[in-house]
Design a protein around this ligand. Structure first.
Ligand SMILES: [Zn+2]
Length: 382
């Protein structure tokens, strides 16, 4: 076992260098460790025999024979994923087969525009890779945006509350920054496919609603996202609902679901009632504290979501309606939507319909992005 010419320190230094991703060949190890090539040859042979490292492919040649690439065993690479909201983003890492390895929340300002937002996200990707997957190559990137995305191109189509983003080709922008394959999709669609994967009920026809500061939707049919003609399906937020107070909507119309049942609408309504709320999470806190006005308004909002969904359920006859997003943590919101669906839909439609809060929770979109990136890679390699 012991080879007097190879010290324990040298062995650890080698593993550390390979883990850092800074070196990937025998020649680079010679350079970094400042030892004789024969020492590195012996060291690498030993580590290969131990199974601590793998040898694969060929690297870039700097003249002469192309070097074999050395990797730590298990270093299969990672996919970086991020779901962007108005003032926060959830960033994480997935394995190549779509399993979420790590996730954290960071502050962003979506209104600052793509340049600044992607700078912050890129920094977070770097940090989370260093702490959670050192030495792992970045294989791809998935990003979910809170607006209509022309999939698979990744171009934003008239997003509300995202100044500076309209017409931006986020996929090209990110691919140029990172030089890896990139998938960009709408946040509700990413979350829907994540929810579908986590629920693991093959073949289930599912309507997914992401009810947060805004409201997005998605139909998952035959295990696939139903995208529609231009990829803009699922825009349930601009369905006109009765009892909505005919308020002006960001789309230019009046009485849209968004003006009454979204987190942004609830913030506005509660502020009008004199409550100190500025963000969707303040609304959630008020309901959790059983603040009577907040509970009443959120129940009303959930009911109106149910009204908007009832037409879809009668038309599509899904197996499940799943409510995700921040507001899905409020039982009163989900229960009111469920009650209204039972009231408004045909009994034959609701008999076997499950109406539930998301089981994938806040990481739904990250899980979904991991799968979308994998699916895109499968297409490319097929
Ligand atoms: Zn609208």
């Amino acid at each position: 076992m012991s080879d007097p010419s190879i010290s324990t320190t040298l062995r650890e230094q080698t593993l550390h260098l390979l883990a850092s991703g800074k070196v990937a060949s025998r020649a680079e190890l010679v350079e970094a460790l400042q030892v004789a090539p024969s020492t590195v040859t012996g060291l690498v042979r030993r580590l290969l025999e131990e199974g601590a490292i793998l040898e694969e492919g060929v690297g870039r040649s700097t003249g002469g024979r192309r070097p074999r690439i050395l990797r730590l065993r298990g270093a299969e690479g990672v996919v970086a994923v991020a779901e962007l909201g108005a003032q926060h983003a959830r960033v994480g890492l997935c394995t190549p087969d779509g399993r979420l390895l790590a996730a954290e929340e960071i502050a962003i300002e979506i209104a600052a525009g793509p340049g600044e937002v992607f700078d912050v996200v890129a920094e977070a990707f770097g940090r989370i890779r260093t702490t959670s997957a050192p030495g792992q190559a970045m294989l791809g990137i998935g990003v979910a945006l809170p607006g209509p995305v022309d999939f698979p191109h990744g171009r934003l189509v008239g997003p509300a509350r995202m100044p500076g983003w309209s017409g931006v080709d986020a996929r090209v922008d990110l691919a140029e920054r990172f030089n890896v394959p990139v998938v960009v999709d709408n946040d509700a669609k990413s979350a829907a496919i994540g929810e579908y994967v986590v629920r693991d009920r093959a073949g289930e026809e599912m309507i997914y609603v992401k009810a947060g500061t805004g409201i997005g939707g998605c139909l998952v049919s035959g295990g696939q996202i139903y995208r529609g003609g231009r990829g803009l399906s699922g825009d349930v937020t601009h369905v006109r609902v009765a009892d909505s107070g005919e308020r002006h909507c960001s789309c230019g119309s009046r009485g849209c679901l968004e003006t009454v049942a979204s987190g942004a609408a609830l913030v506005r309504q509660l502020a009008e009632q004199g409550l100190k709320v500025a963000r969707t999470r303040d609304v959630i806190a008020a309901v959790t504290d059983a603040e009577p006005t907040a509970v009443t308004l959120v129940r009303h909002a959930g009911g109106l979501l149910g009204v908007a969904l009832s037409g879809l359920v009668n038309f599509l006859n899904p197996d499940a309606v799943v409510i995700g997003g921040a507001l899905s943590s409020l039982d009163v919101y989900v229960a009111a939507a469920r009650g209204m669906l039972y009231e408004r839909c045909l009994p034959s439609m609701t008999q076997s319909l499950s109406i539930e809060a998301s089981v994938a929770g806040p990481d739904a979109a990250l899980v979904g992005l991991g799968h979308l990136v994998r699916a895109a890679a499968d297409v490319r390699t097929a």
